[in-house]
Design a protein around this ligand. Structure first.
Ligand code: AMP
Ligand code: MG
Length: 472
């Protein structure tokens, strides 16, 4: 069947004019084998009714969806590991479509691995299948844990043999499509500022304000910066609470909506390790786990620098300086969410945050990140379960006493969630590197996709178990 009546195309990137992207065509792939389709996400934008063959036509061969003007490779610059690169832009992707979801949010379908563009810089414009599998896994896990994230929408294997200097080669190819609340990056502003285009900065401010931060008054760049600072602080806090290391926090990888995207060398921490660095090419640990707030803040200062073309320095500085307080506030909220308890006011919430971090710090390798939150979810309501479970031996001593004291002050939030069968299991869903590699090995060695789909099914169960909202 074609698109459903819920499909509401609205290609608004074109409002910006023709200086923000370039019309491109997808590569002509030798093969298109559907490996993953996100029907839940598709249902939100009216595309779940596509047959598999239609899905492949639109999301693997990129026949235009109704009401969409055609693929556009976005232009942007960015700081990569703090050095400025004016040669970026969508080098292996494009904006394929924009549409409203059921709640009225404007969403993009954006590709990764769809072929070369004017911004490919001599590279092949392709994505490895392994890279695609890894992005699907990361996005699913982050969504399940309440992190504002782009969703992996589609993964199609494309039948090419890719050469990669840092992976066993040749390796299989794929095209990924993600569903994201905008693909406008801090680097989009940097490109406009680099060319001294005050008019473009004004256009971007207005575009982003109306479409993504509608409470910001017209022409108020500092207020827009405040909105982006707050959204970025929330995102960073949620990464931390879930033990996530993005890996490559360059300015071209940060979205103005505060939704995270572009998952390359990501990792989830098995246990608290502040210096853990995900990307092997990040030799100085610039984007290490505990340095992510600093990295996001630095990127925000670059965005603020661009906005100087259209606003005074003082209110921009004030907006930037809101990051620290917003981050701490969001971190308290993120930990409350992960522990499934209600806020009890700033002081008590801070005590709980401090006690949890102290416990994680002290627990070392034995105290795994995800099991701690799983065992103590909904606080007091889980006490008996935690103290009788497989990790009961870990739950002794001063740090745990302080943690329990701080936790039990807080009222459980929707403790009926504990009735979900997920909580009757001894182990939570983790997303650690050994399992990710094992999922890939099954695909690579014997084209066995069962472990991949089983994992996604279990993550979906966890998402439903943890979610406060009734299951959709
Ligand atoms: P990333 O580190 O994935 O955010 O990519 C940084 C820049 O390199 C972006 O402009 C990408 O489009 C580009 N890029 C990465 N891999 C490729 C590739 N295989 N072919 C073309 N461009 C690429
Ligand atoms: Mg990127």
């Amino acid at each position: 069947m074609p698109v459903s009546s819920a499909y509401r195309p609205e290609p608004r990137f074109f409002d910006l004019g023709d200086e923000y992207g370039d019309a491109v065509r997808a590569a002509d792939f030798p093969q298109a084998t559907l490996r993953f389709r996100n029907d839940r996400a598709a249902g939100e934008v009216g595309l779940e009714t596509l047959s598999d063959a239609e899905w492949i036509d639109h999301l693997g061969r990129f026949q235009l969806l109704p009401g969409q003007p055609g693929p556009i490779a976005m232009r942007y610059h960015g700081h990569q590991f703090r050095s400025y690169n004016p040669d970026l832009g969508d080098g292996r992707g494009f904006l394929a479509a924009q549409m409203r979801d059921a709640s009225g949010r404007l969403l993009d379908l954006g590709t990764k691995g769809s072929g070369r563009t004017p911004w490919s810089r001599g590279a092949d414009g392709r994505l490895t299948l392994k890279g695609g599998v890894r992005e699907v896994l990361a996005a699913s896990m982050l969504e399940a844990q309440g992190v504002p994230t782009s969703r992996a929408f589609s993964l199609i294997e494309t039948g090419e043999a890719l050469e990669r200097g840092d992976e066993p080669s040749p390796t299989r190819s794929a095209v990924l499509v993600r569903l994201s609340h905008s693909h406008i990056r801090f680097g989009t502003f940097q490109r406009a500022a680099y060319f001294g285009r005050r008019d473009q900065i004004e256009t971007l401010v207005e575009h982003i304000r109306t479409l993504y931060h509608p409470h910001v008054p017209a022409g108020d760049a500092p207020a827009l910066l405040t909105a982006i600072v707050e959204a970025s602080a929330r995102l960073t806090a949620r990464w931390i609470a879930t033990g996530f290391v993005h890996g490559v926090l360059n300015t071209d990888n940060l979205n103005v909506t505060g939704e995270s995207f572009d998952y390359g060398p990501w990792r989830f921490l098995p246990f608290y390790e502040p210096g853990f660095t995900a990307a092997y090419f990040d030799q100085t640990g610039l984007y290490a786990f505990a340095r992510q707030p600093e990295a996001v803040f630095w990127n925000l200062t670059q965005l603020a620098g661009c906005l100087k073309l259209v606003a005074d320095v003082e209110p921009l500085t004030e907006a930037l300086n809101g990051f620290g307080a917003a981050y701490i506030r969001e971190l308290r909220t993120a930990f409350l969410m992960r522990l499934g308890v209600k806020s009890l006011g700033e002081a008590a919430d801070q005590r709980l945050l401090d006690a949890t971090l102290a416990l994680l710090r002290e627990g070392g390798e034995a105290l795994r990140w995800e099991p701690l939150f799983f065992d103590w979810f909904a606080g007091f309501s889980s006490s008996a379960r935690a103290l009788a479970g497989p990790r009961k031996a870990l739950y002794q001593g001063e740090a745990i006493d302080a943690f329990r004291f701080a936790l039990f002050e807080h009222e459980p939030d929707a403790p009926e969630r504990l009735e979900h069968p997920v909580f009757a299991r001894p182990e939570p869903e983790e997303m650690l590197i050994d399992e990710v590699e094992a999922i890939w090995t099954a695909i690579e060695a014997s084209d066995d996709w069962a472990p991949f789909h089983d994992k996604l099914r279990r993550i979906e169960e966890a998402r439903l178990a943890y979610s406060v909202a009734p299951a959709r």
